[in-house]
Design a protein around this ligand. Structure first.
Ligand SMILES: Nc1nc2c(ncn2[C@@H]2O[C@H](COP(=O)(O)OP(=O)(O)OP(=O)(O)O)[C@@H](O)[C@H]2O)c(=O)[nH]1
Ligand SMILES: [Mg+2]
Length: 437
């Protein structure tokens, strides 16, 4: 996320931090560079201009100049203003009289249907009875696509019985939801290639008939300023409550996330970070600012972990660590859990300070490494998994052959495992764990 913007800002701030004192010229020079970095990240021109003015005004003030750590003060101001630009945090609040109806709108391929599934999955986990409504009657297979998603996450999809009238389908669905005690309904509406009057009319008719609590615009973050323009157009035409930016896992430069709030006045409520039903994160402006500034985002990381690990599993693991009975089999289970948290490069980005570590910046994250480890552990006998000390030279050769790896790979795995056990021993005895961060 925001790789090149982060790197640019990091470079600029490093220079600032390196100075004992800052004068007006230093700050102005740095702000000129920040301005270019933001424009290159495709942040809207006007938003950048206002942002730089605010930061400059505060940074050239007395407190910063007199401070013992002026560089840090400037970075703090930049962070505050980034948060202000994107914030405050905004959630989807359930309606007092159920069902809460959420209407998803946006252009073709922006991710409406996929995000409908992700939202439903999230609300189901939060204890809601959710129903999905296929209101895209134009694109062949659109209804089928939603049915497949519904089945996958175990959520009912309303049966429009072949109707080709989206307003009637939505109306019928809400009545059905009331009768059958669903408390949350998500309408997946049709998209178009461009903003067109007939699409807006249809959405407005649905809005008038149903009066949904939330109309959410789904926009593709990769399209940068286009996403901002689309959000503004939908807001003017039908009125939206918020935005979900999708495809933030791609190489979106950040322009949409940074300027959409300032331009439209509407908050980003969630971001999509992948194609799977779990790949949705609530949008917290402060956490996003931390990530952009390379300061990590521990809170989102912990939430991801909480989603991936059940309490029971966590307790079982804790027990094993305490009793020092952690085996290679447990190690394999843990890897499988971590995989559920998402791609490694996304996880690593959230660790504070990681980006700044020497040699880490350009490190290729090897997504295949866990697979290789799993393959090696799968090639072991259950005895070997329980007691790694019996894995001698010939066993190592057999494991390597069976898993399509090399003896060096197996050696490395065992070395890592032994180190891990040593660390766990320290941990269970209450000693300090060496933490490189
Ligand atoms: N990488 C990534 N892909 C996504 C994300 N959200 C959606 N996609 C992909 O984007 C493509 C289009 O998504 P859909 O959900 O079908 O888009 P839509 O807005 O419903 O499109 P129409 O129904 O044609 O209007 C699919 O291939 C999705 O898998 C995301 O957050 N990350
Ligand atoms: Mg769709």
């Amino acid at each position: 996320m925001f790789e090149s913007l982060s790197n640019r800002l990091e470079g600029i701030f490093k220079k600032l931090r390196g100075r004992g004192r800052l004068d007006e010229k230093n700050i102005k020079d740095a702000m000129r560079e920040v301005r270019i970095a933001l424009l290159e990240a495709d942040v809207s021109f006007k938003v950048v201009k206002d942002f730089i003015e605010r930061v400059k005004e505060r940074a050239i003030g007395q407190e910063v100049m007199k401070s013992l750590t002026p560089g840090h003060q400037v970075i703090k101001i930049v962070k505050d203003e980034l948060i202000a630009m994107m914030g405050p945090h905004s959630e989807i609040l359930p309606s007092i009289t159920p069902p809460t109806v959420i209407m998803m709108v946006g252009l073709h391929g922006s991710g409406k249907t996929t995000t409908t599934g992700k939202l439903a999955n999230k609300f189901k986990k939060d204890g809601h009875r959710v129903m999905l409504v296929p209101a895209d009657v134009y694109r062949p297979a659109a209804i089928e696509q939603l049915n497949v998603i519904g089945k996958e996450i175990g959520i009912e999809v309303f049966d429009g019985k072949g109707s080709n009238n989206p307003i009637k389908i939505c109306d019928g669905a809400v009545k059905y939801a009331i009768e059958n005690k669903y408390d949350l309904v998500i309408l997946d509406t049709a998209g178009r290639l461009h903003i067109e009057q007939d699409l807006m009319d249809e959405l407005r008719f649905i809005k008038e008939k149903i009066t949904p609590q939330e109309i959410l615009l789904i926009a593709d973050a990769m399209t940068g300023q286009d996403a901002v323009k689309i959000a503004a157009a939908f807001n003017e035409s039908i009125g939206i409550n918020g935005i979900i930016l999708t495809k933030m896992d791609g190489d979106a430069r950040g322009g949409a996330a940074l300027s959409i709030r300032a331009v439209t006045g509407k908050p980003i409520k969630f971001v999509g970070v992948g194609e799977k039903s779990n790949d949705l994160e609530p949008f917290y402006p402060d956490r996003m600012a931390s990530r952009i500034l390379g300061m990590g985002d521990m809170l989102s990381l912990v939430e991801k972990a909480e989603n991936a690990f059940s309490e029971e599993e966590a307790k079982r693991l804790e027990d094993k660590i305490r009793k020092e009975t952690f085996t290679l089999e447990d190690f394999r289970d843990q890897l499988q859990q971590v995989k559920k948290m998402g791609p490694l490069n996304q996880i690593i980005e959230m660790i504070p300070g990681f980006k700044g570590l020497k040699g880490m910046k350009n490190m290729e994250i090897n997504e295949k490494a866990p697979l290789k480890i799993e393959a090696m552990i799968n090639s072991m006998t259950s005895q070997e998994r329980i007691n790694y000390t019996i894995i001698n030279g010939s066993r190592r050769r057999r494991i390597a052959r069976g898993s399509g790896t090399t003896v060096q790979d197996v050696n490395r795995l065992l070395k890592q495992f032994i180190q891990m056990k040593k660390m766990m021993k320290k941990f269970s005895k209450g000693g300090d764990i060496y933490c490189p961060l």
